[in-house]
Design a protein around this ligand. Structure first.
Ligand SMILES: Cc1cc2nc3c(=O)[nH]c(=O)nc-3n(C[C@H](O)[C@H](O)[C@H](O)COP(=O)(O)OP(=O)(O)OC[C@H]3O[C@@H](n4cnc5c(N)ncnc54)[C@H](O)[C@@H]3O)c2cc1C
Length: 456
């Protein structure tokens, strides 16, 4: 039933003064892959930067959501297309033993033994060659992301929920956030919405598209959970030796649980995370989010009971944790200066303002890698605002294709760099020099077409 405006009962909020707790060049709301990367890139580019995050840790879906696969960074050749801050996550995680991925020198290899090993991990082998996909420890990643923030000089507000953009005459000038300290404001020359769901877009006056098609992946919600005391190699042995029986059991698991549950590996052989897809719930509706949390826990109990009794490796497993962040794959999508479409991506459309090159899942070699244009981070009308992450300007199908963690990191790195350039040059974000932006990204190890890392 459609609710008419006249049916809705409202109350009038009293106008009130809000304390300005900080002034900055760049204010980023949301500390997930997109927002964290935007803040790091802005601060490293010399901007006074503030990052506001609603939870007590950073990382968004990659930590709180327990989405711990960072996939498709290369295309099956020896080249790696996604480097930049994504690679820095991996390098820093390696130091603390928080990451499992093929060695750099093995990327593109067709060595039989290596391929047989990595084939057991989804997204690590393409056309018989090794490609770069990493599996990360979410708790260690939280620590690494904090270190990056501290080292780059970003002012961090955790437990702070960004509620409203401060906008006047079509220009965003800061944000209001709520926390245990009350309602406060931060003023900024550029605000970056890294909330994933585009939470600031309505109050900023930016155009957006919030439609979701229940048939596509990104419209499905999830509540990921982890199981401990498993044995991933034993699970793979069973899957390989008895494929028919494995398929039957997985189908039965979905029937018993009430939805598809897919166990996936982690950096530890004894810990698996369980991906899931719940359709027909809207991540921008609080009642749907509540339903998801309640129902998914029932599904988890039913599913885990079945797994323990029927699937080799789960006999003595236990539920280790559930994600603190609801698994939202889609949300509001900005209507930006360029709307990326599925057809553009499929055609491998090239952009003069490309800020990221993304290998296709099934690509082997550089034929038609996907490019992301800067303009899909820039709103059409509102000034002083950028998006970083999965709310980039795109149609539903394109968003579904390129909103994965490394893609969001790449968009965030570009948004933060562009914001810092806009502040330094005293121009609006839509007028940032594309050459300056691309050259800066190249110096940050972001491979871009026709830009070399030595560009000055
Ligand atoms: C179940 C599931 C499985 C997935 N599988 C994979 C996979 O295997 N590999 C992969 O690469 N991608 C996967 N994805 C997609 C990927 O996780 C997301 O698209 C990606 O994390 C989006 O990054 P983001 O920074 O845009 O948003 P998010 O990761 O959602 O981060 C948003 C951040 O903003 C914060 N925030 C939100 N609103 C506010 C607010 N109002 N104020 C302050 N802070 C706020 C959040 O707490 C969070 O930290 C999956 C997603 C889901 C849900």
């Amino acid at each position: 039933m459609v609710e008419r405006a006249s049916d809705i009962k409202t109350v009038q909020e009293a106008a009130r003064e809000v304390k300005v707790c900080r002034e900055a060049d760049v204010v980023v709301v949301g500390g997930g892959p997109g927002g964290h990367s935007a803040a790091i890139a802005a601060a490293r580019s010399g901007a006074r930067t503030v990052l506001v995050e609603r939870y007590g840790h950073l990382g968004g879906m990659a930590t709180g959501g327990i989405v711990i696969q960072i996939p498709h960074m290369s295309d099956g050749t020896e080249e790696q297309q996604i480097i930049g801050l994504t690679q820095e996550w991996l390098d820093r995680l390696d130091v603390v033993g928080g990451c499992l991925h093929p060695k750099r020198e093995d990327i593109g290899s067709s060595d039989e033994k290596l391929v047989a090993y990595w084939r057991r991990f989804m997204g690590n082998v393409i056309h018989g060659r090794i490609k770069q996909t990493a599996w990360v420890d979410p708790e260690l990643l939280k620590c690494v992301l904090n270190d990056m923030v501290e080292e780059s000089g970003v002012k961090l507000y955790l437990h702070s929920w960004g509620t409203q953009a401060i906008a006047d005459k079509g220009k965003v000038q800061g944000v209001i956030f709520e926390s245990k300290s009350g309602r406060q404001a931060i003023l900024g020359k550029v605000v970056i919405d890294g909330t994933g769901d585009g939470d600031l877009l309505p109050s900023a006056g930016a155009e957006f598209d919030g439609r979701l098609d229940p048939k596509i992946r990104s419209s499905n919600l999830a509540l990921v959970f982890r199981l401990g005391n498993c044995d991933y190699q034993k699970y793979c042995d069973f899957r390989e030796k008895e494929p028919e029986r494995f398929r039957e059991l997985m189908a039965e698991l979905a029937r018993v649980a009430g939805t598809r549950l897919v166990p996936l590996p982690s950096p530890r052989n004894d810990v698996l995370w369980v991906n899931n897809w719940i359709p027909d719930l809207n991540c921008m509706n609080v009642e749907d989010l509540t339903t998801l949390e309640v129902e998914m826990r029932k599904i988890m109990l039913r599913g885990h009971d079945f797994m323990k009794k029927n699937i080799p490796t789960f006999e003595n497993s236990f539920i280790m944790d559930t994600a603190s962040q609801t698994g939202t794959r889609g949300g509001r999508r900005l209507i930006g200066e360029c709307i990326v479409t599925k057809e553009d991506l499929q055609a491998g459309k090239k952009y003069d303002d490309a800020i990221a090159v993304i290998p296709r899942f099934d690509a082997l070699g550089d034929t038609d890698h996907v490019q992301i244009p800067y303009r899909c981070l820039v709103p059409t009308k509102v000034d002083g605002l950028l998006v970083a992450g999965r709310s980039f300007s795109s149609d539903m199908a394109a968003n579904n294709m390129v909103n994965l963690i490394p893609h969001c990191i790449a968009m965030g790195q570009a948004a933060g760099t562009a914001a810092a350039i806009a502040v330094k040059d005293g121009v609006n974000v839509r007028d940032v020099s594309i050459k300056a932006l691309q050259d800066s990204l190249a110096r940050q190890s972001v491979p871009l077409p026709q830009v070399s890392s030595t560009s000055s």
